[in-house]
Design a protein around this ligand. Structure first.
Ligand code: SF4
Length: 256
């Protein structure tokens, strides 16, 4: 892949304004999920093993070349699951030394059972955890884990992290279809137990690229051939957001 840089943007984010992206994963998309809606296309390398993909020095050098001054926030996300980067903690420290802006990480939560991952995430101002289902079956259908998925282990990792994290925790949920009354109740119960600072509900706004495209990390439309995704009725989403707010008093925003 030509002209790869570990830093991109700033790109417009519906949640965070102008977001400077940092990609600690690199040219080959790597994740523990292969979500049905992933903007990277089908994940090329599926793993739950942590590894140093891009050196911290390379990321710091790319940052210094970037337009970081015009960004509102810095977000670590990029070409897969950022907690797979073994040097995530060092990257966070390097970014904080260079840029005085809020530092956010987007994670799919599958490595939160690992104490070293939880320790790295303590360095961030905001951790945004993906939660696209309330059962192993739902997660398997939407996120296609590359390992034997255990709902209890997954949820306990998220809960345990929350108990020991003083920063902002947000939950982001993507809907590909409407949920049953039981699923909605379970989700709201989970939010009552977790007490995130913010909940973001979203629907896919772009088709899923068939092939890996670097553009996928930038919220921009890819030129690659793509699969069209079913789009959920926004009134359903608005009603569910209101139900969650009424019951939990947690702020809920809708994107897409
Ligand atoms: S967790 Fe994120 S990077 Fe991984 S497959 Fe899902 S959308 Fe793509």
């Amino acid at each position: 892949m030509v002209n790869f840089s570990s830093v991109y943007g700033p790109v417009k984010s519906w949640r965070y304004g102008r977001s400077l992206g940092i990609d600690p994963i690199g040219a080959i998309s790597t994740c523990s999920f292969t979500c049905a809606y992933c903007q990277l296309g089908d994940i090329q390398y599926r793993t739950r093993q942590r590894y140093e993909f891009i050196t911290t020095e390379t990321i710091a050098a790319d940052l210094q070349q970037s337009d970081f001054a015009s960004a509102d926030v810095v977000t670590i996300s990029g070409s897969g699951e950022p907690t797979l980067a073994l040097n995530l903690g060092n990257i966070a420290i390097a970014v904080k030394n260079l840029i005085a802006k809020p530092l956010i990480v987007l994670t799919n939560g599958t490595l939160l059972g690992d104490a070293s991952v939880r320790s790295d995430l303590q360095l961030f101002d905001e951790v945004s955890v993906k939660l696209d289902g309330v059962s192993a079956q739902q997660i398997e259908r939407i996120n296609h884990p590359n390992f034997s998925f255990d709902w209890q282990e997954f949820w306990q990792g998220i809960l345990y992290f929350r108990q020991n994290y003083a920063g902002l925790l947000s939950v982001q949920t993507m809907f590909l279809s409407s949920w049953t009354r039981e699923e909605k109740k379970t989700y709201t119960d989970l939010m009552v137990a977790l007490r995130p600072n913010h909940i973001y509900l979203n629907v896919p706004t772009r088709p899923k690229p068939i092939e890996r495209s670097l553009q996928g990390r930038e919220n921009s439309k890819s030129d690659c051939p793509s699969h069209q995704l079913h789009c959920l009725d926004r009134d359903w989403l608005k009603n569910f957001a209101q139900e969650i707010e009424d019951r939990t008093e947690i702020a809920v925003n809708i994107g897409g």
